[in-house]
Design a binder for this molecule. Structure first.
Ligand SMILES: NC(=O)c1ccc[n+]([C@@H]2O[C@H](COP(=O)([O-])OP(=O)(O)OC[C@H]3O[C@@H](n4cnc5c(N)ncnc54)[C@H](O)[C@@H]3O)[C@@H](O)[C@H]2O)c1
Ligand SMILES: O=C(O)C(=O)C[C@]1(C(=O)O)C=C[C@@H](O)C=C1
Length: 370
């Protein structure tokens, strides 16, 4: 297979070919790297091979780099096993927590001069090899959690992996990593989950009104509970600290809302509850403005929303006409409120083609909603 040049020379052995492992393997194959696939599940190896993610292991393999992509609970023991089975290979892992993994590898007496942990801040709410995407890591931060026992030259193979997959290398200690992801990943997972849980017993009529706001807040609530119990258990202290802050804010919001409902002149200006709510909402504005990139959208693509009549064949006509205009659709999401006579097709295109696509669709009579 030919592809853009890679920094890694290979072979690269990927252990655990679920979402992360298959995505890494597909990205490396696209660069022509020899990738060896391994998993406790032979079925997952076969699926990943069918996807073109690499080949099965052979007795003579001498991997340049081994990437362990298994659930957090078993990550340390798999790292220890791989370090021992391949005494000349550098080993990394992609588990969502770094401190406990490094501590367990050290405690097992393994050769940490060839191990450095890492973590791509990229993922999906769906696991397994069939969810793998070669471009999952493009433009995303990827933390390499260095430690004093590995040399710069040895760790360079892991830096090369990050750069070959188009991610942005971020160096921090395991402790800095774990407290950072408690804030940007682990507590948000629970906040999303808690909101989604409110829907379980809600009346269908209410749930049917759901739009983009609820969808944005609850997307990661579909994540695998088995994986997340492991992640949260391994980063419990730091995650609890973030959630205590959320609880303090929530208490203030509840006090303001209670005051608002008890207020006989709720329309009057300058009431403390009104100021408290405004401050909380403005704090949210300030916080979201600090998130790099265009929040809530895939930074690689531009989005446009096309109104599609609720009639047979209309969506197919849109897709056909986009094809006739030579538009390569990067992603498609259809939003449809029950009872509405119209659907909203959110389509993602390359940013440089947005103006042309918008004009072409408008010329064909499509209504663009945003
Ligand atoms: N899902 C995400 O969004 C995401 C993002 C970044 C990092 N991570 C981390 O990546 C790792 C993998 O997550 P995933 O989402 O790809 O999970 P996944 O469930 O999709 O894949 C895990 C794979 O590991 C295999 N496996 C389990 N135990 C094994 C063992 N002992 N030996 C060999 N293979 C074994 C499973 O069969 C499965 O194929 C986790 O440590 C997770 O914390 C996940
Ligand atoms: O975008 C998603 O679906 C994710 O769940 C990705 C996400 C995150 O919280 O950003 C989740 C866990 C991983 O450890 C890294 C990335």
């Amino acid at each position: 297979m030919t592809g853009p040049e890679s920094r890694l020379t290979g072979p690269v052995r990927v252990v655990g070919v679920g979402l992360l492992g298959t995505s890494i393997a597909l990205g490396l194959r696209a660069r022509g790297v020899d990738v060896i696939l391994s998993d406790a599940s032979p079925t997952n190896v076969r699926i990943a091979m069918d996807y073109g993610a690499g080949r099965s292991a052979g007795d003579a393999d001498e991997p340049q780099l081994i990437v362990v992509c298994v659930p957090p609970d078993v990550t340390a023991s798999v790292i220890v096993r791989e370090l021992s089975a391949y005494p000349r290979s550098v080993v990394t892992d992609v588990a969502s927590v770094k401190g406990p993994v490094l501590a367990a590898v050290r405690a097992a007496g393994a050769d940490v001069t060839r191990y450095v942990g890492s973590h791509p801040l990229a993922g999906r709410e769906k696991g397994g090899p069939m969810s793998g995407r070669a471009d999952l890591f493009l433009g995303r931060p990827w933390v390499v959690a260095g430690h004093p026992d590995i040399s710069y030259q040895t760790a360079a193979a892991v830096d090369d992996l990050v750069l070959d997959l188009g991610a942005t290398l971020v160096e921090m200690t395991a402790e800095q990593h774990d407290s950072s992801v408690a804030l940007v990943s682990h507590a948000p997972q629970l906040v999303s989950t808690l909101m989604a849980r409110r829907l379980v017993a809600a009346p269908e009529a209410a749930v049917n009104l759901a739009g983009g706001g609820l969808r944005d807040v609850t997307r990661v609530a579909s994540s695998d509970p088995g994986l997340w119990v492991q992640i949260l258990g391994a980063n419990a202290g730091a995650t609890a600290d973030v959630l205590r802050g959320v609880r303090d804010d929530l208490d203030e919001v509840l006090a303001a809302l209670d005051a608002a409902s008890a207020d006989v002149d709720a329309a009057a200006d300058g009431t403390p509850w009104r100021r408290a709510l405004a401050e909380t909402l403005a704090g949210g504005n300030a916080g979201v403005a600090r998130i790099p990139g265009k929040h809530g959208q895939d930074r690689r693509y531009a989005q446009l929303v096309v109104m599609v009549d609720d009639a047979p064949g209309e969506l197919a006509r849109l897709l056909t006409e986009l094809g006739e205009d030579g538009v390569n659709l990067e992603d498609l999401r259809l939003e449809h409120s029950p009872g509405a006579q119209i659907g909203l097709a959110e389509i993602a295109v390359l940013p440089e083609t947005l103006d042309t696509v918008t004009s072409a669709l408008a010329a064909r009579g499509w209504r663009i909603a945003g």
